[in-house]
Design a protein around this ligand. Structure first.
Ligand code: SF4
Length: 423
């Protein structure tokens, strides 16, 4: 494979990209990005803004992609314009560079297998226009109560025995308000599944900081709460809860010490600017989400988006590749709609930096590729499943010692640069 420097020389992007001033070092300690400012409204302390720009020095002659390729860690100072420049890179170059970044920050041979179980289906009061579970749409889906602990453990055991290492449980609720007994039951589910050696994620709608802490104390690994799309397009999709309410829950989850799982859905009728806006929101959070699910719309008859045409695959690939470059250590998760992608398209997604899949019998209400099929798929691409808690954020190209040396070369030995933040 070509070296990074030769890749940069070969890159058409480097010569085409517009030049813009680099970030100032003086902005590091107390900066707030646009999205961070949004979150400031929900009381995120400045010292929680863990991402700094590891290459924030005057390099005005470098393109944004060149800087991204050289970075030694994540940063959350991205501008929309920078993300747009990356997103608009010729697709072959974009995938190549995303693959380079992926290899720099992650083990490219590993894919996390994750299984999702609906623990409370349908009857949701929200109006998400893509969702079969909203009580406002006539989808014919019957609402059910919270499932039993026994059925959760059976499903988790089956998932674990088939190689899944993360088990996610989803409930169709707006929030957890007034659901004390449900919360108690779910904490028990979390404790038991965690005891089976699996990573555990739940998605229960909006949560307060106290509820997030309770879930963390029960052993929860991650909490999923998608922002779905860009801030601008969001009101065309959902009207019953605001974008800021979503960010507020994400902040509560983050503050509780849980891993944040947050991503979006492509194919809602949005434009490419909204893919850029989605990535902008996620990548300018105080910490990048540990996990970024990329869903494609599965049109459900009876929902307002039931007749949407499928999104072009190249837009999906472009979004994955851009997300990989902008959030180099996050797990990029192929989620709903993956079943529509053939082996070759999925292989391209892995090449572009996707490193997790949902596998098993079902997503929440839509079909999912089964374990046997996925084992064959991974094997055919020379990939293997990630173990529980194995996610290796280490940079194989850069040891801590090398990072220190690089920083001292850049900033001088007297300048103490904080350690590269983890996501
Ligand atoms: S996506 Fe979630 S919050 Fe929205 S309607 Fe469906 S279950 Fe409710």
């Amino acid at each position: 494979m070509a070296s990074l420097s030769s890749a940069l020389r070969l890159s058409r992007f480097g010569s085409l990209a517009s030049r813009r001033p680099a970030f100032s070092l003086t902005a590091k300690a107390g900066f707030k990005t646009d999205a961070s400012q949004q979150l400031a409204a929900v009381a995120v302390p400045e010292d929680h803004q863990s991402h700094v720009d590891p290459l924030a020095f005057d390099k005005q002659d470098e393109s944004v992609l060149e800087r991204a390729l050289k970075a030694s860690g994540p940063r959350n100072t991205w501008t929309r314009e920078e993300i747009q420049q990356i997103y608009e890179t010729p697709l072959m170059d974009l995938v190549y560079h995303a693959s380079t970044v992926h290899r720099k920050f992650n083990d490219p041979s590993k894919v996390q297998l994750c299984t999702l179980l609906s623990i409370k289906t349908g009857g949701c009061t929200e109006d998400c226009s893509y969702c079969a579970q909203s009580s406002r749409h006539k989808t014919g889906l019957k609402a059910s109560k919270l499932v039993t602990l026994g059925s959760v453990l059976r499903a988790a055991r089956e998932a674990r025995d088939n190689g899944s290492t993360r088990f996610c449980m989803g409930a169709a609720w707006r929030d957890m308000h007034g659901r004390k007994s449900n919360l108690r039951d779910i904490k028990e589910m979390i404790k038991e599944v965690r005891g089976m050696g699996m990573e555990v994620c739940v998605t229960l709608g909006m949560v307060t900081d106290a509820q997030a802490r309770e879930l963390k104390d029960a052993g929860l690994t991650a909490y999923n709460h998608n922002v779905d799309t860009s801030r601008e397009f969001y009101p065309s999709v959902i009207t019953t809860r605001s974008y800021d309410e979503r960010l507020n829950t994400i902040s509560n989850v983050d503050q509780a010490g849980l891993s944040v799982c947050s991503g979006g859905i492509l194919g809602l009728g949005e434009q490419k600017e909204d893919h850029i806006g989605l990535i902008y929101t996620l990548s300018t959070l105080p910490s990048h989400p540990e996990s970024v699910p990329i869903n494609t719309l599965v049109p459900i008859p009876g929902t307002p988006l039931g007749d949407n045409k499928p999104i072009e695959f190249k837009s999906v690939l472009r979004t994955i590749a851009t997300a990989r470059i902008v959030m180099p250590k996050s797990v990029i998760r192929l989620a709903a709609g993956r079943i529509t992608l053939d082996d070759e398209k999925q292989g391209l997604c892995f090449m572009a930096g996707a490193n997790a899949i949902f596998t098993g019998e079902k997503m929440l209400t839509t079909d999912c590729t089964g374990w046997d099929e996925d084992k064959r798929l991974l094997d055919s691409w020379g990939l293997s499943p990630l173990k529980s808690f194995e996610k290796d954020n280490a940079n194989p190209e850069m040891t801590e010692d090398a990072e220190e040396k690089q920083q001292s070369a850049l900033f001088g030995t007297e300048r103490k640069f904080e350690s590269i933040p983890k996501v």
